[in-house]
Write a protein that binds this ligand. Structure first.
Ligand SMILES: Nc1ncnc2c1ncn2[C@@H]1O[C@H](COP(=O)(O)OP(=O)(O)OP(=O)(O)O)[C@@H](O)[C@H]1O
Ligand SMILES: [Mg+2]
Length: 147
């Protein structure tokens, strides 16, 4: 719906962004880093989500909108929401994703429902480095023939 206040996710809902969509799609495919900049509410997230959905690569969407004085817990909760969204979008890859995420200290996944919990304190708290290593391994497997 064109007047929905949430970011759009499908090309049919996106107004007058054909050129930008084409450029962003090219950027994502060809470059390791692509930046979308624009003033508030100008459609950056919508453009990005449509491009990612069209390309079809597995992706994790992280919205790092923090409060003024973010804590480690805020950070962990943002990652938890992102991981849950990620798991929810790839039913066919879910078992594989869970296997990798379970290897990360501080992350637990409960089934059924595939809800994610992320520990944010103590010696078992999530370490971002470990999560990135696991996601990198998962990414390597997703693009090559699956074993
Ligand atoms: N080209 C467009 N076609 C359809 N809807 C749009 C377009 N651009 C923006 N919108 C709508 O405007 C609102 C803001 O869009 P969106 O959240 O994608 O922008 P943003 O630039 O990421 O915003 P923010 O700066 O708050 O992160 C949403 O309701 C979105 O659906
Ligand atoms: Mg946005």
């Amino acid at each position: 719906m064109l007047f929905d206040i949430r970011p759009k996710t499908r090309r049919e809902e996106l107004y007058d962004f054909d050129r930008e969509l084409e450029e962003l799609t090219k950027g994502i495919k060809l470059n390791p880093l692509t930046i979308v900049i624009g003033i508030r509410r100008s459609g950056k997230t919508s453009l990005l989500r449509v491009a990612l959905n069209e390309i079809g690569y597995p992706y994790i969407y992280v919205d790092p909108r923090f409060s003024e004085a973010p804590t480690y817990r805020d950070f962990a909760y943002i990652l938890r929401d992102s991981l849950e969204d990620f798991l929810g979008r790839y039913g066919d890859l879910r078992e594989r994703i869970i296997k990798f995420l379970r290897s990360v200290r501080g992350v637990s996944i409960s089934t059924p429902g595939f809800s994610v919990e992320v520990s944010w304190r103590g010696s078992e708290r999530l370490e971002l480095g470990e999560l990135l290593v696991a996601l990198n391994s998962l990414g390597g497997i997703s693009v090559s023939p699956l074993s």
